[in-house]
Design a protein around this ligand. Sequence first.
Ligand SMILES: Cc1cc2nc3c(=O)[nH]c(=O)nc-3n(C[C@H](O)[C@H](O)[C@H](O)COP(=O)(O)O)c2cc1C
Length: 335
Amino acid sequence: MSSPIAHSPWRLSVAPMMDWTDRHCRFFHRLITRHALLYTEMVTTGALIHGDQGRHLDFNGEEHPVALQLGGSEPEDLAACAKLAERWGYDEVNLNCGCPSERVQKGAFGACLMNEPQLVADGVKAMRDATTLPVTVKHRIGIDRNESYDFVRDFVGTVAAAGCEVFIVHARNAWLQGLSPKENREIPPLRYEIVAQLKRDFPQLTIAINGGLKTPDEIAAQLAVVDGVMVGREAYHEPWSMAQWDSRFFGQPDPAADREQVEAQWLDYLDRLHAAARSWPHAMRHALGLWNGTPGARRWRQVWSDHRLKGLPPREVAAQATAARLGGLLAAQAA
Ligand SMILES: Cc1cc2nc3c(=O)[nH]c(=O)nc-3n(C[C@H](O)[C@H](O)[C@H](O)COP(=O)(O)O)c2cc1C
């Protein structure tokens, strides 16, 4: 029997997405891919040091491999939070140097940290001294209208000199003024060639690319150039797009044969939440795209989103949703 090929942990991952990639979402994604690396939402060092650590850090064992993304800039705080990441059992700690929101800029972290590579380097060093976990950085290719390659090359060089070996690069600039975070994920142009150039200039580093990548063929094309691909919105909105990731990119069996199987396992999870008197709709919102692209998907989604049904046990809602979906399917077949 041939042994499985060892792949880089960063070969394929689902991006950190605030309000989206919470522990419920990650559990759901794990039903579709066992091997992609999953990232938490960004958690600020302040929230961890002064807030409810369990609320921010608890996760399900099934989520591994899972990386904690931190937002912060003070090396001492980052080190304390890296220790927490290790204590909680995360597999990696990642520093956000790509978020352009005004709130984050006020805290002087996120994308504006790209203007302070030495501070990032100090933070990385402090985290590496505090934990044995891999310390990675997610960043943009530039700030505002500065499109010079030297800027991002020098950033990576400075941070790598402090020991960071893994860079996840969102291949567009962050414009710190005048764009909302959403616009900052759409308007600054994607420049994949900049990430390819980083890989050529730093062949010893692990360089993963992020931004606008959707299909397995697009992922495969990037993996011929860089070490890893991170997918954000497509994985969230079209979760079934991950269904063949494990076989195609990790040489492993895909965990789910079809969407029914994912739905059945997910329903078990919602049942457990409901039995523990926790809100299942809060978790279910992450799974609303499961049937996208099939006849009846819209009706299925509408039932699950119906506010009037939110007090019912999830199994009762599921029965209605499936009936609605199959009704849609029959209507499509009859048309
Ligand atoms: C709703 C939302 C929230 C996000 N929150 C974060 C975050 O907390 N940390 C981060 O590094 N990036 C965040 N991002 C950016 C994504 O990680 C990713 O870089 C971006 O969406 C581009 O990748 P995509 O085109 O595959 O979606 C967020 C994106 C979205 C859509």
